[in-house]
Structures are given as structure tokens and as C-alpha cells.
Design a protein around this ligand. Structure first.
Ligand SMILES: CC(C)(COP(=O)(O)OP(=O)(O)OC[C@H]1O[C@@H](n2cnc3c(N)ncnc32)[C@H](O)[C@@H]1OP(=O)(O)O)[C@@H](O)C(=O)NCCC(=O)NCCS
Length: 144
């Protein structure tokens, strides 16, 4: 794969490389993608961002040359539950199938588990479209 990024208008899914792990990632790159996507995360706190990634069970990234255009971060026990903590795609390449590709890669690596996530106002329709079912019995409490 060339390290030259293709212009978004010419980009197809086949041009993208999917990588597993933290190689090539930095807090700054993650924060830039989250700001641009946008995804509400602690984007002014590089240490916290990096801890989120170092503690993850699975990190997948989509690359256009040397540019990160998508990120998925998962916590999983490997047998029962997986939590898709973050999914973000660079706005220039949204609606090209990058998010769907990352989710399919996550599902493939977390086979046998139930993939759980929290949506946002802009992404609720997206997960329904991708075959996720809304559950009524989820509860959240912040540990303080
Ligand atoms: C939500 C997000 C990850 C989707 O990624 P994406 O790469 O743009 O989406 P995809 O191209 O994989 O979309 C796959 C399909 O879902 C559809 N879709 C995309 N966004 C959608 C939405 N908000 N509602 C309904 N359908 C949607 C696409 O049209 C596409 O349909 P097709 O397969 O028939 O062409 C991306 O828009 C994003 O990063 N948003 C900001 C951050 C965010 O909200 N993240 C999720 C928080 S939980």
C-alpha cells in the first residue's frame, strides 16, 4: 500500500488498509479524528485518550495511505460481551462504507459475543440500518 493518501473524491473501500493495534496511532491523531467526525470524547486530554486506547481489548483503524480515516475501539471478555466504545469516520469519507467495514471487522473478531454500544443523535438510524436491535433494559450510572 502506498503511503500517499488518495483524494476523498477518488477513494474506494479497496484503497483502504485495516490495521489492528496501536501502531501509527498517537493521542493527537485520535483527537483530530474525534473532533472532525465529530465524536464527543475527552479531546483536550491526551493522557486520558491514550489510556482509553491502551486499555482497549481491540483497536481497529482504517488508513488511506498514511492518513487515519476511521477508528473502532472495543472492550471485550471474548466469550460473552463486547462493547463498541467508539466508532468514528473522517467526514470527507463518511457514507463510503468505512464504518460498516470496521463494524464487520469487529463482529468477525468478536464472534460468539453480543456487541453492545451507545449511540448518539446522529448515529441511531445507522445502527438500526446495520442490523442492531435497540434494547430497553440498559442502565447507566457514573462511578464517582
Ligand atoms: C456514524 C458513522 C461512524 C458512520 O460511518 P460511515 O463510514 O459514514 O457509514 P457507512 O458508510 O459505513 O454507512 C453504511 C450504510 O449506513 C448508512 N448510514 C450512514 N450513516 C447513517 C445514519 N446516520 N443513519 C442511517 N443510515 C446511515 C449509509 O448510507 C450506508 O448505506 P449503504 O450501505 O446502503 O450505502 C460516521 O458517520 C461518524 O463517524 N459519525 C460521527 C461520529 C459518530 O456519531 N459515531 C458513532 C457514535 S456511537
Amino acid at each position: 500500500m502506498s503511503t500517499l493518501a488518495k483524494p476523498p473524491a477518488e477513494l474506494t473501500l479497496d484503497d483502504l488498509e485495516i490495521r489492528e493495534g496501536l501502531e501509527g496511532l498517537t493521542p493527537a491523531r485520535i483527537m483530530t479524528l474525534y473532533r472532525r467526525a465529530p465524536l464527543l470524547r475527552p479531546v483536550s486530554d491526551p493522557e486520558r485518550i491514550w489510556t482509553m486506547f491502551e486499555s482497549a481489548s481491540l483497536v481497529l483503524t482504517a488508513w488511506n495511505g498514511n492518513q487515519i480515516v476511521g477508528i473502532a475501539r472495543v472492550l471485550t471478555d471474548g466469550v460473552l460481551f463486547s462493547y463498541l466504545c467508539d466508532l468514528a469516520v473522517e467526514p470527507d469519507v463518511q457514507r463510503l462504507g468505512v464504518g460498516k467495514r470496521l463494524i464487520n471487522e469487529v463482529l468477525d473478531r468478536c464472534k460468539g459475543t453480543e456487541l453492545v454500544l451507545r449511540d448518539s443523535n446522529i448515529s441511531a438510524g445507522y445502527y438500526a440500518y446495520l442490523g442492531f436491535k435497540r434494547v430497553e433494559n440498559a442502565w447507566v450510572r457514573k462511578a464517582t
